[in-house]
Design a protein around this ligand. Structure first.
Ligand code: PHE
Length: 380
């Protein structure tokens, strides 16, 4: 907003109408400038000098241009108006001074609060909105909490051991290439398993939790992960996953399917169907990708007369990877009660950002991370 600085005009005549107009114009300018004067001590001092400075301050000008110049018979009325203006201006200067001093005493001289006017209104602060990705993550986590899962977390800067080795990615195994890992520099002097990297998935927390908690366990793990993907409409070097792990005696693939089918119906609505298709992850065997019937087109693949874009006309949307915990993974935590001959379990992992994109119909993933208030306000 461009504020054209207010200038005290000369009065062409001294009729009540002309006075009214001049006074209300001046008070409007005062009101606008008061807001700005609250912003800092410097702004307040400039405001004070401009309005009540002895030499050339706006009040002095009003006195000279309106009152002194008034013809005798108008002096009384003009004097009354000028007094009103003076009171308004002094009130405004005092009011802003109070706020300015309040912030000064707060930072410089705690205790000297005599000049604080506690009757002044507070400074309004905009209330934020929950970020759509955080909201999605929280709502998904809540679905599993209702099933008795507890929330676990772990570090974003991980070791090779937790991100790869204990998840059955042996050193130099090509499956590691699928993870587009960002490594921390200067780690070569350490043994491989201790070298640091940015975790590429939340799965390392499976191992960390099994090291600390004996079976049975049921956990959900929300968190950020990193991969060396250039940012575009559907990729980001930082994104969010929600992981799950259940370990007990006699956990079957049927439990996996039943749990995830229920969770998807809770999250997307009771009419969605799930479909499991074979896949591969080093730490699950067998592994699957789970699809839900497209909750945008209802599974038809078409929207009105056109194609449904989110499901690419297939009627299905890929939501997560899952599978039965590979016995090789249990071997790494065997000593804490995870004997692969006695326990079994399932695990799953999904991208919160992708689900949020689909759920809210956002076209570009980057919008989630640019911090543009105009975008985020739409979710308040
Ligand atoms: N960690 C896998 C990924 O990031 C997802 C996954 C988790 C798959 C758990 C199976 C079991 O792609």
């Amino acid at each position: 907003m461009v504020i054209v600085a207010y200038i005290v005009p000369k009065l062409a005549d001294y009729s009540a109408a002309a006075l009214d107009a001049a006074v209300s114009q001046l008070l409007a300018a005062l009101k606008e400038e008061v807001d700005h004067a609250w912003s800092s001590g410097t702004a307040w001092k400039a405001f004070r000098d401009r309005w009540i400075g002895r030499k050339g301050g706006l009040l002095t000008q009003v006195n000279d241009l309106w009152l002194k110049a008034a013809p005798k018979d108008a002096k009384r009325e003009v004097g009354r108006r000028v007094n009103e203006i003076r009171m308004e201006v002094e009130h405004a200067v005092g009011k802003t001074e109070g706020l300015y001093l309040e912030s000064e005493t707060a930072t410089q001289a705690p205790g000297s609060i005599e000049s604080v006017d506690i009757t002044l209104p507070g400074i309004r602060r905009a209330i934020g909105a929950e970020h759509p990705v955080m909201r999605t993550s929280r709502e998904m986590v809540a679905v599993f909490q209702k099933l008795g899962y507890s929330v676990a977390d772990g570090p974003v800067i991980e070791t090779d051991y937790y991100n790869f080795e204990a998840l059955n990615f042996p050193p130099n195994h090509p499956a590691r290439d699928t993870q587009d890992t960002l490594f921390i520099a200067g780690q070569q002097a350490k043994p491989l398993r201790e070298r640091l990297l940015l975790r590429t998935h939340t799965s390392p927390v499976q191992i960390r939790t099994m090291e600390n908690m004996r079976p049975p366990i049921r956990i959900v793990i929300p968190g950020t992960v990193h991969r060396n993907d250039p940012p575009d409409a559907s990729h980001s070097p930082m994104f969010h996953q929600i992981e799950g792990l259940a370990v007990d005696t006699n956990i079957t693939f049927g439990d996996l399917k039943g749990t995830l089918d229920h969770a998807m119906k809770e999250f997307f609505g009771s009419s969605v169907k799930t479909s499991f298709r074979p896949s591969f992850f080093p730490f699950t065997e067998p592994s699957a990708e789970m699809f839900v019937s497209c909750f945008i087109c209802g599974g038809s693949g078409r929207r009105g007369s056109g194609p449904c874009r989110p499901c690419k006309q297939t009627g299905w949307i890929e939501i997560l990877g899952c599978g039965m915990v590979d016995p090789n993974v249990f071997e790494f935590v065997k000593d804490n009660g995870y004997d692969p001959k006695k326990v079994s379990g399932f695990a799953f992992g999904m991208g919160a950002d992708r689900i949020a994109l689909l759920k809210y119909g956002v076209e570009d993933l980057q919008l989630f991370f640019q911090g543009d208030v105009r975008f985020l306000q739409q979710f308040s």
